[in-house]
Write a protein that binds this ligand. Structure first.
Ligand code: CAA
Length: 246
């Protein structure tokens, strides 16, 4: 396997940590961004104890200038970014009639505008080198909608629109662009959903349980391999059968 440099945004989170671990164990150099230094240091130490070395760079995915600086720093420390996983994301769940403009824009900026902010500084290098892998981590709720998530579902659906346009523009440069749409995975984000609401959601999952972060990381590794060169513009739903639209 060719060793690549992979930038995974939001790598310190639940699904992000699993992607970092998986790609690092495949032999890639891995990098992620952070905003909270104390949290980042604790996370980096925990990963190092597992034998996973991670390049960590300060960066706010909702801010284009911060992302340009972050990518420059990652490339100085780890080399040109060959694999980009747009994974960072937040929720601000509330029904739309109660939603503030702040709750709307926080989610659109961090989940959707981040795709512009982080991908824009890496795409030209990928095109010049004629190789790249870009994966958006979207959501089941971008596919089916979700009560209380007009902001999040709009951003997550938008991420796949981004994928299929970039896939067309960059196919002839050896760059594939795909989306992974996880269902409800047992991370802090999902555990923050009130227990009674969560129980009703889990009851709708045919496999009968929440997903595991590694089950999402496995799909990201699949898309980022050399062997996946002919898969572009795809969306892979991984949700325990919760939503089977196609
Ligand atoms: N369908 C229909 N009605 C629903 C409903 C649903 N799915 N969910 C709630 N309701 C109804 C309730 O039955 C209740 O009705 P009554 O008033 O008639 O009793 C009413 O909505 C409650 O409405 P409120 O606006 O008062 O609700 P609230 O403020 O208490 O909470 C909420 C609303 C914040 C959306 C809460 O229901 C919630 O957290 N839902 C979960 C949202 C969710 O799935 N988030 C996913 C987070 S994880 C993630 O995003 C990762 C990923 O990609 C999957």
């Amino acid at each position: 396997m060719t060793q690549r440099t992979a930038l995974i945004t939001g790598g310190t989170g639940g699904i992000g940590s699993a992607i970092v671990r998986y790609l690092a164990r495949q032999g890639h150099k891995v990098a992620t961004n952070y905003r909270d230094e104390a949290k980042a240091n604790a996370w980096r130490d925990a990963m190092a104890k597992e034998g996973v070395q991670v390049v960590m760079v300060r960066g706010d995915v909702s801010d284009p200038e911060s992302c340009a600086a972050m990518v420059r720093e990652v490339e100085q420390q780890a080399g040109p970014v060959d694999i980009l996983v747009n994974n960072a994301g937040i929720t601000r769940d509330t029904t739309f009639h109660k939603m503030s403009y702040q709750q709307w824009t926080d989610v659109i900026n961090t989940n959707l505008n981040a795709c512009f902010n982080v991908t824009r500084p890496v795409i030209e290098g990928m095109r010049e080198r004629k190789w790249g892998r870009i994966v958006q981590i979207s959501s089941i709720n971008g596919q089916k909608g979700q009560y209380g998530q007009a902001n999040y579902a709009a951003a997550k659906a938008g991420m796949h629109g981004f994928t299929i346009s970039l896939a067309q523009e960059n196919a002839k440069f050896g760059i594939t662009v795909n989306t992974v749409s996880p269902g409800y995975v047992g991370t802090d984000m999902v555990m923050a959903v009130p227990e009674d609401v969560r129980a009703k959601i889990v009851a709708q999952i045919p496999v009968g349980r929440l997903g595991k972060p590694e089950e999402i990381a496995h799909a990201v590794a699949f898309f980022t391999g050399d062997e996946a060169a002919w898969i572009t513009g795809a969306n892979l739903a991984i949700n325990g059968g919760h939503y089977m639209g196609w």
